[in-house]
Design a binder for this molecule. Structure first.
Ligand SMILES: [Zn+2]
Ligand SMILES: [Zn+2]
Length: 296
């Protein structure tokens, strides 16, 4: 009998999982991986009954697109994807309540083999928690070119974006800045000024003025500060910052990098009855939903 390649949707993916403190590589069917990723990446249990199946569907398409676009990312270590945020989260479905397992499994079946493409290729399906009201161009956040589907959009969802505040003593902030060569200020920190913003209100360029003076992208500054203080401190680059004596006060809105799908916005649109494909095409301009016929 001639050997036939398995259909891409039946492909086996090699995932590095951590169990009981031990890492091991497991081989999973693509759709089984999708189910565990949807459950790990989305708190389905917190989403209202009228929105949850739509949310699970768009999250399944996001997870599948990410997996296909990044297969072999860890080839050097003989697996495809890790199960942490470096790639995307995956947890064994059995660790979730049966009701949520059923929702994720149904979403995988109903969207079986569907991925997001731009000009026939799988897209980099980036998403984040909360855009604060407007998403941003990928190139503004990280530098480099912006794929046409990762341009910023004004979020149609209203009343779902959250503000935050983070106060930090000057000395702790100075120490954190000095841990990275790009943000080093030396023995003194005078002020931090946002000198350029994008249309979404994100800090594009920030001047850090001290014994040394540094100019960095907002996202670089956020990465340095969250490395020291945690992800729930400077939650986004949609912030203002001011000095108040020996304290620095950050206040902002949104959570995450702000590129691609805004999860709180997408969940809100699902609750308003929007279909999962329309929601994805809203945040990723110009993309198509296509059935996998081959692994790129
Ligand atoms: Zn990884
Ligand atoms: Zn949003």
């Amino acid at each position: 009998m001639p050997r036939v390649d398995p259909k891409p949707v039946d492909r086996v993916v090699r995932i590095l999982v951590t169990q009981g403190g031990h890492e091991r590589i497991v081989a999973l069917g693509l759709e089984d991986y999708i189910v565990g990723s949807v459950l790990a990446e989305t708190a389905l249990g917190t989403i209202s009954a009228d929105a949850v199946s739509t949310v699970a569907r768009f999250q399944a398409v996001l997870a599948r697109t990410y997996a296909i676009a990044n297969l072999g990312r860890h080839d050097g270590k003989h697996f495809d994807l890790c199960s942490e945020t470096h790639c995307q989260l995956y947890r064994s479905p059995e660790t979730f309540p049966p009701r949520l397992q059923r929702i994720a499994r149904t979403a995988s079946v109903e969207t079986r083999g569907v991925i997001l493409t731009y000009e026939g290729r799988p897209i980099q399906a980036l998403y984040h928690s909360d855009c604060g009201g407007h998403t941003s161009d990928a190139g503004i956040v990280w530098g480099g070119p912006t794929p046409p589907y990762l341009l910023g959009v004004s979020d149609a969802a209203e009343g779902v974006h959250y503000g935050w505040e983070f106060d930090v003593p000057l000395d702790r902030l100075r120490h954190a800045l000095n841990r990275n060569a790009r943000t080093r200020v030396g023995a003194r920190l005078n002020r931090i000024d946002v000198i350029q913003r994008d249309v979404a209100g994100r800090a594009m360029r920030v001047v850090i003025d001290g014994e040394l003076v540094a100019t960095v992208r907002g996202e670089e500054l956020r990465a340095v500060l969250t490395a020291s203080f945690g992800a729930r401190t400077v939650r986004s680059t949609r912030f203002d910052v001011r000095r108040d004596g020996e304290q620095f006060k950050f206040s902002g809105s949104g959570f995450g990098h702000g590129v691609g799908v805004c999860q709180v916005g997408a969940i809100s649109l699902a609750g308003r009855g929007e279909a999962f494909d329309k929601i994805l095409q809203y945040y990723y301009s110009g993309v198509s939903l296509e059935h996998l016929t081959r692994v790129p």
